[in-house]
Design a protein. Structure first.
Length: 272
């Protein structure tokens, strides 16, 4: 068998050999950076209600199901996320940073999995919905994305930013709930400023019976008439640097808050 390097060094058209080399190198570079989903799970936790079990690298969860979830702890911090590729392995991105700053972090145990070790049990999607960072008392949550990988933004590619919010919104102590409007705004040089307003699903619904998207056209707080759901999508993004903010809008309990349980960066290819 003739080795690849022997082929490169053999006689023949040097331009043809160079072309083959460039194609192979391009394929090699692409194969190491083909991740099309990046997920951040805000773990949350309180001394009273416990800390949800983080998602394991092999567990599948999310609006767009994926492995390789990045677990984000505390109410502020930063991390260099890994992504999930089509072959089921994780991919890292040098220079890509996600930073977050929130007034509070919390946990809302889901009733059927509520034990003395609150929040540590249940399937991956349920645990994804337990912990969250939260905007309170007029203070916003801010998430900053720096140097988003080029395979999501360059060469005609784009991506969607999926924001999951308050997936478990029932007060299990009083068995009541309130309608809260969450106001999400994304800002970037190319995106400008986009806002989506979503009212969390009514507490009479069992949490996480399914994913319900707030329409992207919902750009204003219309109180109880604001479309309800448990995630919003900012689509057709190409910025390498973005800032996402979340703040509370109208609330039937007069306590405006906004939670972010998880986010996903999804390539245009993966969302088709």
């Amino acid at each position: 068998m003739i080795s690849f390097f022997s082929f490169l060094g053999s006689g023949g058209n040097s331009n043809a050999r160079l072309l083959v080399l460039l194609v192979v190198l391009e394929m090699s570079l692409y194969s190491t950076a083909t991740a099309d989903k990046i997920g951040i799970n805000f773990v949350g936790g309180t001394p009273q209600q416990g800390t949800p079990a983080p998602l394991k690298p092999s567990e599948i969860a999310g609006v767009f199901p994926q492995k390789s979830w990045n677990n984000a702890y505390e109410k502020n911090g930063n991390l260099s996320p890994v992504g999930h590729n089509e072959k089921g392995s994780s991919v890292s991105y040098p220079g890509f940073i996600v930073s977050w700053d929130a007034p509070a972090t919390n946990t809302s145990p889901i009733a059927q999995f509520h034990t003395t070790a609150a929040g540590t049990h249940g399937p991956p999607n349920y645990r994804l919905g337990l912990g969250y960072i939260e905007a309170v008392a007029g203070q916003a949550v801010t998430i900053t994305f720096t140097s988003i990988p080029r395979q999501f933004t360059a060469g005609g590619h784009s991506f969607s930013l999926v924001v999951c919010f308050h997936l478990d919104n029932i007060d299990f102590r009083s068995q009541t709930s309130s309608d809260k409007v969450h106001i999400f705004t994304i800002k970037g040089a190319k995106a400008g400023g986009k806002t989506i307003c979503g009212r969390q699903l009514s507490g009479v619904e069992r949490p996480l019976t399914g994913w319900v998207q707030v329409p992207e056209k919902s750009t204003t707080d219309e109180h109880e008439k604001t479309p309800a759901g448990n995630y919003v999508v900012f689509s057709h993004l190409t910025d390498t640097d973005l800032i996402l903010t979340a703040k509370g809008g109208s609330a039937t309990d007069k306590n405006p808050q906004a939670a972010i349980n998880a986010i996903q960066i999804i390539s245009s290819k993966a969302s088709e």
